[in-house]
Design a protein around this ligand. Structure first.
Ligand code: SF4
Length: 348
């Protein structure tokens, strides 16, 4: 028997090609199977009763429906957030976060086990055993949540690639997962409901603009001080100047507004001169600025502190003089280490 392929590794278009080219079947047969999987959530070919028996057997032999296993779930005290630990087939673990917000549900998915960028304030960057996730492991996080929550899983939701890993360092698999999520015969999620968050992988930003121009872009910039950024995101090859240019080019190509994310620390980062430098650098760029007060992590540098309420207010004051759209985000799930930068599997 040939080695079974994971069904969720194929895009709907890829599956249709397989059905028409390899099996010499009509296109509508692919549509029937895709309907069973993505509409009816039936992950067993033998139950796809409108398919011929011999075709069901061929498909059964060729494909498996394997999704990551839920090994642990942690609910925030206010029930707004569930952090789920998932185990992959090689026993490595990743985390996915389900967040209920005023505007609806957002699912924060991981793209890698660990992260090579190693931002000094991020728990994921401190994990060992880095590897890229396959497309089926990326979309499989959403399916695992669907199975876990059953009727409670929402019809509509947003997806953010903001969990473990730098998605644009795993661009081929991430793009494949986007094909599966956005295809009307797949998950059918509007591209505008998907956000790609990057620490500033410039080549990836250009490729995203070209291939998925409707996907929202968020760049975790943190600071425009080159030396400081080098310290905070030590493995970033690109300079702040190059990242800002890629941001301008993305906006020009796609006509879309982007978001700059900043982890906001207390102390010197909120000095007038640093904030004015930031405001000046972003002037004229069609963007939102979204600041996230730092969530201290275990083993994080002692000198990085969470900003006080006054410092956050001061940040808002100065920045709004430069820019109209500033938000300071309340990180969901702080009490369960599900907030930004806190995702990590201790035993990886
Ligand atoms: S903040 Fe993002 S890019 Fe930086 S180490 Fe963590 S997961 Fe990677």
């Amino acid at each position: 028997m040939s080695k079974q392929e994971n069904f969720f590794q194929l895009s709907p278009q890829g599956f249709e090609n397989f059905i028409t080219e390899e099996l010499k079947q009509k296109k509508f047969v692919a549509k029937q199977v895709l309907d069973w999987v993505y509409q009816k959530k039936v992950f067993d070919f033998s139950l796809m009763t409108n398919l011929k028996k011999d075709l069901r057997e061929i498909l059964q032999e060729r494909f498996k429906f394997e999704v990551p296993n839920v090994v642990y779930q942690l609910k925030a005290a206010d029930h707004s957030t569930i952090k789920v630990t998932l185990e992959l087939s090689d026993k490595k673990q990743i985390e996915t976060v389900f967040m209920k917000e005023d505007r609806g549900v957002t699912i924060c998915i991981s793209s890698q086990v660990g992260c090579a960028q190693k931002c000094i304030f991020c728990a994921t960057g401190k994990m060992y055993g880095l590897r890229n996730l396959q497309a089926h492991e990326i979309v499989g996080q959403i399916i695992a949540l669907q199975e876990m929550l059953g009727d409670k899983f929402p019809e509509n939701f947003r997806v953010v690639y903001m969990g473990m890993g730098e998605p644009l360092n795993n661009i081929n698999q991430v793009f494949k997962s986007l094909e599966i999520l956005t295809d009307s015969k797949g998950f059918n999620i509007g591209s505008r409901k998907i956000t790609m968050s990057t620490s500033g992988v410039v080549k990836g930003i250009y490729r995203l603009a070209d291939r998925f121009p409707q996907v929202q872009l968020a760049i975790s910039l943190h600071t425009v001080d080159e030396q400081l950024r080098k310290k905070w995101v030590p493995n970033q090859k690109e300079t702040v100047k190059e990242i800002l240019q890629a941001a301008r080019d993305f906006i020009k190509t796609t006509g879309r507004k982007i978001t700059f994310e900043l982890v906001l620390f207390g102390g010197s980062q909120v000095s007038t001169s640093k904030l004015n430098l930031l405001g000046k650098a972003l002037k004229g760029i069609h963007c939102n600025v979204n600041a996230i007060p730092y969530n201290p992590i275990e083993d994080g540098p002692q000198y990085l502190t969470r900003p006080t309420h006054q410092e956050v207010e001061y940040f808002k004051d100065i920045m709004s003089k430069w820019h109209r759209e500033i938000t300071v985000r309340v990180s969901r799930g702080r009490d369960i280490q599900a907030a930004c930068g806190q995702l990590a599997i201790k035993n990886s």
